[in-house]
Write a protein that binds this ligand. Structure first.
Ligand code: MGD
Ligand code: MGD
Ligand code: SF4
Ligand code: SF4
Ligand code: FES
Ligand code: MO
Length: 904
């Protein structure tokens, strides 16, 4: 396919716009000026600044066309920079400038030009011929929002913000109101940013070509000393961020449009919530508790103190009296070193991490079904899915950038099934919402499987060719009583049957799941039943399908890959096997590895109470705040002789420590995080470590040396060196190297030649050889069986968009101004029955204890169900959560807590 640019012939791609064609050939993004166009948005063609002349034959009569909006045609002759076009563009922009402040035509001193100012300069407008001022100039600036500001006197009606809000974020907060000159942008029903339902993602600010929409940090126009690309520290989406630095300080964050994961988008945490990093509360010096009070000490004093104590405890009680808890917030390299320290320098497999309280059932369950415990597909596959099955996950809040993509798909009408006891935003938009009673996942999945089997919707070819034990599973679900299960789950048989048909008959059905699956008594079983659904319908091993756990923390996938598990070392190798022990001993250059499986976090805490765990070494986890049944955790911590915590801030956990080591945050170090799609991405150092902090990797290397093991590459921590070691030790990361990671990372398995993997188990080739069906009956959680009568309400806990887990970081940013409380969502009828008003603070109690919390009336919960979050220590909700956990992995059941509540 050929077209001509200024009479030269070039090949064009099918569907390519004239703008993209000219940009590509001339290798210049500014080959044609634009105004309303943004690569991330659908082309709109309203401003006509990008106009070009197009002829059918060489130098023939031309027509003027908006190049951003017009596909190239075969044999077309394109003239994009003619005098006529230059004149046209000038006229258009001059007209726009009549309603634009004259002092904003050129960039102010010390400020970078906005895209519009660049366009003005490119077109070459020395002065404006028309008088200024029509409509916009007297609109008052809006400063109501902590991060986003508007000054609509500078608005040029390009519509980009309105489109970004809708097309990128899937919200419709911004709108155009009025006509002609009287057109202007409104928020919500013409209110302020703060009052609107804006989710503060900042997409509108990033696309706005003027300073009509800006952020608190003036990110768009600041002239940075340098901009460093790194990976977000919060959730498992793994967004790439461009961090601007001036005078060694972080001044703003933008989303790079070239990032494969987030394509120029972020949520408010990645873009705005960075001010924790140099907050006055940051820990800056090591501290040892002396006579009940922390005193600052030197690093050497702290190290010596810890080493002497640890060696003493090891000699007295053996290495298994020491436990390590690693951090999914820290990098792969640091997690790798942490598990190595515990296994090699201490000599025990007692190493665990936050996956224990999170997605351990996913990893374990998927290993039983498929052989690998990680997401089978990539998020980009969403584009190819015909049905989306969202089970116990709320990505609008937990994984906002992926959530926005899912929301787009829902709004565009893809068949969607949501299984969630709460009417979440996505549940509201879904084709089918199965609003089950919390904790009845196994029952609802058995119902879904029953209808797929009975209505003969299974993929026989897939089952016969690639799986085993289907017949046992089939006869199990065939004989289940649907009336009983419908009563249990609270969902009608008809609705479940419709959802089963929707999933099974879709050409490609893609599953996503979250903690609504794992944080339950039957968590692992639920994961295996979800695997069954995918296998019985052939929804595995191709694009647009699969089982895709929305892994939580920025690096929880990586921490497990690195061996932060008591039963599996780096690369998921089984540490109870002799040959594996020998493998690690050879790689680590030591005589002997520990031989028995280690303790999981809940087992460590129980062992502490029994006097068997004498020391805990914790890197970046607020165990006291985030583990369930706080009083039990406190009791355990009180029995331990030595508690070491590496942290950014004082937390409920550091308060109980003997030594606190100040760690550098992710802005202050190099390394890698692995996102929920197995994508290993670079974390690049942006600023120097704050105060006297050190990267966790350096601290661990120093500690290991004090404990008698020296890293083969020496005492200086260098992430790239550790990556080399990881590539040597972990079989599926053979081709990993710092250099190869580039800007968009690599998805494991990574072959020796550096090729990575977007999809697992392709064409039925399961990692474990053959996919295995399992079958289970629903079993009521002991929490309800033991306490349900006395405490008749079911509390489920989760998260809000603005805050991140223990809140240590987000509470120290302006996110706290947007959302400052944990609240208890209660169905109004339940509250009224107890005489409780909206916003009234109540006491909520369980068998473990009680806390006080404000009530919020909500119809998103059914009667009898309560919901809250765990971000604010003022409430400390985990005081009332319980110790029941998933049978196979001990992941706590944060999602079903038997409670009652009353007026204060
Ligand atoms: N803003 C923000 N983002 C985060 C985090 C954060 O704290 N804040 N934390 C990160 C972490 S560590 C994680 S693990 C992820 C978690 O992300 P998600 O997995 O989305 O976590 P939750 O919101 O806790 O729970 C998910 C959903 O499960 C539903 N649910 C509860 N009980 C049941 C049930 O019995 N069955 C079913 N089917 N559903 C149920 C809840 O109503 C909720 O909508 O988010 C990560 N991202
Ligand atoms: N009730 C209830 N409780 C829950 C849950 C729930 O749904 N309901 N969800 C559970 C889940 S899924 C999870 S994952 C856990 C999360 O629980 P945690 O892992 O305890 O929570 P975080 O707040 O993510 O982070 C822990 C700490 O790491 C520190 N940190 C951040 N970066 C670094 C670093 O680079 N180095 C070091 N050394 N420290 C760093 C932070 O300051 C923070 O205090 O909470 C669990 N608790
Ligand atoms: S506020 Fe900015 S992005 Fe929105 S229409 Fe005005 S100039 Fe365009
Ligand atoms: S979606 Fe997750 S990774 Fe992306 S900016 Fe938000 S918190 Fe960070
Ligand atoms: S940039 Fe093409 S019409 Fe506005
Ligand atoms: Mo998590």
């Amino acid at each position: 396919m050929t077209a001509y640019i200024n009479n030269e012939a070039y090949e064009f791609h099918s569907g390519e716009t004239i703008l993209d064609f000219v940009r590509r050939i001339e290798q210049d993004k500014n080959a044609i000026p634009t105004m309303c166009q943004d690569d991330r948005l659908e082309n709109f063609g309203s401003c006509r600044v990008c106009s070009v002349e197009v002829a059918r034959e060489k130098d023939g009569p031309t027509r003027t066309m908006a190049s951003c909006h017009t596909p190239v045609g075969e044999g077309q002759y394109i003239y994009h920079n003619t005098e006529k076009m230059q004149r046209l563009r000038k006229n258009i922009v001059e007209l726009v400038l009549t309603d634009y402040p004259s002092d904003k035509v050129f960039p102010a001193d010390q400020k970078k030009a906005t895209p519009f100012q660049e366009t003005i300069a490119q077109i070459g407008i020395p002065n404006v011929r028309y008088p200024e001022g029509q409509n916009h100039l007297d609109i008052e600036p809006d400063r109501s929002h902590p991060y986003i500001k508007s000054d609509l006197s500078q608005c040029i009606n390009c519509f980009r913000c309105v489109r970004a809000c809708e097309e990128i974020q899937g919200e419709m907060i911004l709108n155009m109101s009025g006509r002609g000159f009287a057109t202007n942008i409104i928020k919500g029903f013409d209110t302020s940013f703060d009052e609107s339902a804006c989710v503060s993602c900042g997409a509108c600010v990033q696309t706005c070509p003027t300073e009509a929409l800006t952020d608190k940090y003036e990110t768009k126009t600041l002239i940075a000393d340098k901009t460093v690309r790194t990976t977000c520290t919060y959730c498992g989406v793994g967004c790439q961020l461009d961090v601007s630095v001036i005078d060694g300080k972080i001044k703003g964050i933008q989303a790079p449009e070239t990032a494969e994961v987030n394509e120029g988008h972020t949520c408010l945490k990645g873009r705005f919530a960075f001010e924790f990093y140099d907050h006055p509360d940051r820990l800056r010096e090591p501290m040892i508790k002396k006579n009940g009070k922390f005193e600052e000490v030197t690093w050497d004093e702290a190290y010596d103190f810890i080493a002497t104590k640890l060696i003493d405890i090891k000699n007295k009680y053996g290495p298994d009296s020491i436990g390590g808890i690693s951090s999914s917030r820290a990098t792969n390299e640091e997690n790798y070193l942490m598990q190595k320290m515990i296994r090699v320098a201490v000599g025990t497999n007692n190493i665990d991490g936050c996956a224990r309280v999170c997605h351990a059932p996913t990893a374990w369950g998927m290993q039983q079904s498929f052989g690998t415990g990680a997401a089978t597909n990539s998020v980009e596959d969403l584009k190819q899915a015909d049905a989306i099955f969202l089970f116990g996950a709320n990505p609008i809040k937990g994984h906002p950038v992926t959530g926005a993509k899912i929301k787009q798909a829902f709004m565009k009408g893809v068949t969607s099934i949501v299984v969630d006891p709460i009417k979440t935003k996505l549940a509201e938009l879904a084709t089918y919402h199965l609003q089950i009673r919390p904790g009845t996942n196994v029952a609802i999945l058995n119902m879904l499987a029953h209808y797929i089997v009975m209505d003969d919707l299974v993929n026989k070819h897939f089952i016969e060719s690639y799986t085993e034990k289907y017949d046992e599973f089939k006869s199990h679900v065939e004989h289940l009583n649907m009336d009983e299960l419908a009563l249990l789950t609270g969902v009608s048989k008809e609705l479940v049957r419709k959802a089963a048909h929707a999933y099974a008959t879709a050409d490609r059905a893609m599953e996503f799941h979250g903690l609504g699956v794992t944080e339950h008594f039957q968590g692992s079983k639920t994961v295996m039943l979800l695997s069954n659904l995918a296998m019985m319908t052939g929804n595995i091993g191709k694009n647009g399908v699969g089982l895709n756990p929305l892994r939580g923390q920025n690096n929880v996938q990586g921490a497990a890959d690195m061996g932060v598990q008591p039963h599996q070392g780096a690369g998921y190798l089984d540490v109870s096997k002799k040959d594996i022990q020998q493998y690690f001993a050879d790689k680590y250059g030591i005589e002997k590895m520990p031989t028995t499986n280690g303790l999981k976090i809940p087992e460590m805490l129980d062992a502490a109470i029994d006097g068997k765990i004498k020391a805990l070494y914790i890197m970046g986890e607020d165990t006291i705040m985030t583990d369930p049944n706080t009083n039990h955790s406190i009791k355990a911590f009180e029995q331990v002789e030595l508690i070491v915590v590496q942290e950014l801030f004082m937390t409920a956990t550091t308060e109980m420590a003997d030594v606190v080591l100040p760690a550098s945050s992710y802005f202050e170090k190099n390394g890698t995080f692995t996102n929920g799609e197995r994508r290993v991405q670079r974390v690049n150092k942006v600023v120097e470590p704050i105060g006297n902090t050190k990267p966790d990797g350096q601290i661990i290397i120093d500690m290991m040396a004090r404990l008698g093991y020296e890293q083969p590459t020496g005492l200086t921590y260098d992430a790239a060196n550790v990556i080399e070691e990881i590539a040597d030790v972990i079989p599926f990361m053979k081709g990993l190297s710092w250099k190869r990671l580039g800007e968009n990372g690599l998805q494991w398995p990574i072959k020796e030649d550096g090729t990575d993997t977007k999809m697992l188990h392709v064409n039925g080739q399961f990692k474990k050889g053959i996919g295995t069906f399992h079958h289970f009956d629903f079993e009521e959680t002991p929490e309800i069986v033991s306490h349900g009568k006395k405490y008749p309400f079911i509390l489920t806990t989760g998260r809000e968009l603005e805050h991140y887990n223990s809140g240590t970081m987000t509470r120290r940013t302006d996110n706290q101004k947007i959302l400052s409380d944990d609240v208890l969502e209660v169905h109004p009828k339940d509250a009224i029955k107890k005489g409780i008003k909206d916003n009234e603070t109540v006491r909520i109690f369980s068998d473990r204890g009680s806390v006080e919390i404000p009530v919020k009336y909500s119809r998103n919960v059914k009667r009898g169900i309560l919901r809250t979050t765990f971000h604010q220590p003022e409430v400390f909700i985990n005081i009332i959560t319980g110790s029941v956990g998933d049978k196979e992995t001990m992941t706590p059941e944060y999602k079903v807590v038997a409670v009652d509540f009353e007026r204060l």
